[in-house]
Write a new protein. Sequence first.
Length: 62
Amino acid sequence: MNARNKALLAGGMLGALLGLLAAWIYVRDLEEGQESQVEPADALKLGLSALGFLRQVAGLTK
């Protein structure tokens, strides 16, 4: 397996784990009767910030 495939596999696994953790926290809060306090606009801002962070990390290798 070449370095590109290893990086894609590692990134995919890390993303899946983070997604599962976020879903688990969300479901746990719903089961405890707490409503989600995250608005769609806040989630969008967080996602765009994460993309910006990833672009900066990718820029470190150049």
